[in-house]
Ligand binder design. Structure first.
Ligand code: PMP
Length: 425
């Protein structure tokens, strides 16, 4: 069974960021429940990834499965042009309720990347509506990651991001250095000098600034100071530049607050969410904006976006169930527990010669290696230790489901430390 599935897969399929000529190891999953992934050979792995930030409640949670089943029994999809339905309306109301008050318009998108495209198009159409079509550039920081579609690729880090190959095809945006101060560091006035200079020179060309609040995810898993975010937002606003936050990775509690922007007590004009929105069951993103932005957009007509599967009822129903389940749970205590056990469990990695830095924030634990490892060997060593942790470049990191027990977290962190010790000596 195992070899059969793997060889059939290898014959035809692509995997994320993969080569078909230099194939990485692959493990077939036959079942998943709670914090466990069950492999075809019978082994059970403790999940350290929450399927890339998404499965915050673990797998096959009965509340989420029930929401899906109930909606399947009604209808799985209808077009959203000219029609509406309870799952979309209820989820929209819920998202408006749990996000800061000025955000009161919701656009449902198919994925995180599409939510980012929508945010970018909102900013551009807003300035058309305001009679300033020359504001057609985005300001962003290096080290960011916003997705794999063209608009999103144009704001990923142009050098260290994953999309350098496509540079000539992409819109040219305005980049400043990545936020310098780490989460605990204090902000120095000069940390914003470059931002100030760019705003002074090009402020009238800028439609918006877009940034991942507090945590730069796939662009390097770095945590930066809330004061930096606050200062950036203040400066951008003083030049009339819209503020777009990408909380696709950080939203729904991962950093210890419901949204990472709460660390800095700032509110954007446009907010993107995704990933954990459906508790990891289905793809769904959402882009929220303020009434002022929405009205500006509509001065030039309708907002020009409308995917076939917009507001898919299954996705909306399970998202509502997932968000309500989160709010009903002691999620702050869950994430604090993750933070404590990740910190304790990964502390030993800091002493390994191959390790450059260990950092933990909320339910995110990162071991940054000094050099790129043999990724296939490292991944295999992690699986052999019973944990599903997916290294990426020089980063070995975990963002486990919130329901992970101390024993689960011990398996994940000791696998990380042990595998690094074995493979990256
Ligand atoms: N923004 C951020 C911050 C992300 O981490 C991701 C996903 N890695 C995306 C956008 C893109 O989301 P998706 O993969 O659902 O398109």
């Amino acid at each position: 069974m195992r070899d059969d599935l793997v060889s059939r897969d290898r014959a035809h399929l692509w995997h994320p960021y993969s080569s078909i000529t230099d194939q990485a190891p692959l493990w077939p999953v036959v079942d998943a429940h709670g914090t466990r992934l069950v492999l075809a050979d019978g082994r059970e792995l403790v999940d350290g990834m929450a399927s890339w930030w998404a499965a915050i409640h673990g797998y096959r949670h009965p509340v989420l499965d029930r929401a899906l089943h109930d909606q399947v029994d009604r209808f799985s999809h209808v077009m959203f042009g000219g029609l509406t339905h309870e799952p979309a309306v209820a989820l929209g109301e819920l998202l408006v309720r749990i996000t800061p008050a000025p955000l009161n318009r919701v656009f449902f998108a198919d994925s995180g990347s599409v939510a980012v495209e929508v945010a970018v198009k909102m900013a551009l159409q807003y300035w058309q509506g305001r009679g300033e079509p020359g504001r057609d550039r985005l300001l962003t920081v290096r080290g960011g990651y916003h997705g794999d579609t063209a608009g999103a690729m144009s704001i990923c880090d142009p050098d260290t991001g994953m999309h350098g190959l496509f540079r000539s095809y992409l819109a040219q945006q305005v980049f400043v250095d990545r936020p310098r101060p780490g989460y605990e560091d204090s902000l120095r006035p000069e940390d914003l000098d470059q931002v100030r200079a760019v705003l002074e020179e090009q402020g009238e060309r800028l439609a918006a600034v877009i940034i991942e609040p507090i945590v730069q995810g796939a662009g390097g898993m770095r945590f930066y100071a809330p004061d930096y975010l606050r200062a950036l937002v203040g400066l951008c606003r003083s030049y009339g530049v819209l503020v777009l936050f990408d909380e696709i990775a950080t939203g729904f509690g991962r950093t210890g607050t419901l949204f990472a922007m709460e660390h800095a007590d700032v509110v954007p004009d446009v907010l993107c969410v995704g990933k954990a929105l459906t508790g990891g069951t289905m793809t769904l993103g959402a882009t929220l904006c303020t009434q002022e932005v929405a009205e500006g957009i509509c001065r030039v007509g309708g907002f020009m976006h409308g995917p076939t599967f917009m507001a898919n009822p299954l996705a909306c129903a399970v998202a509502r169930a997932s968000v309500e389940l989160l709010l009903d749970r002691p999620w702050q205590a869950d994430v604090q527990r993750l933070e404590r056990h990740l910190s304790e469990g990964l502390a030993a990695a800091a002493d390994l010669p191959a390790v450059a830095e260990v950092r933990v924030l909320g339910g995110i634990g990162v071991v940054e290696l000094a050099d790129p490892p043999d990724a296939a060997r490292l991944q295999t060593a992690l699986v052999d230790r019973g944990a599903w942790v997916r290294p990426f470049g020089r980063l070995v990191y975990a963002m486990p489901p919130y329901v992970s027990t101390p024993d689960d977290l011990a398996v994940v962190t000791s696998a990380m430390v042990g595998a690094i010790r074995e493979v990256c000596a």
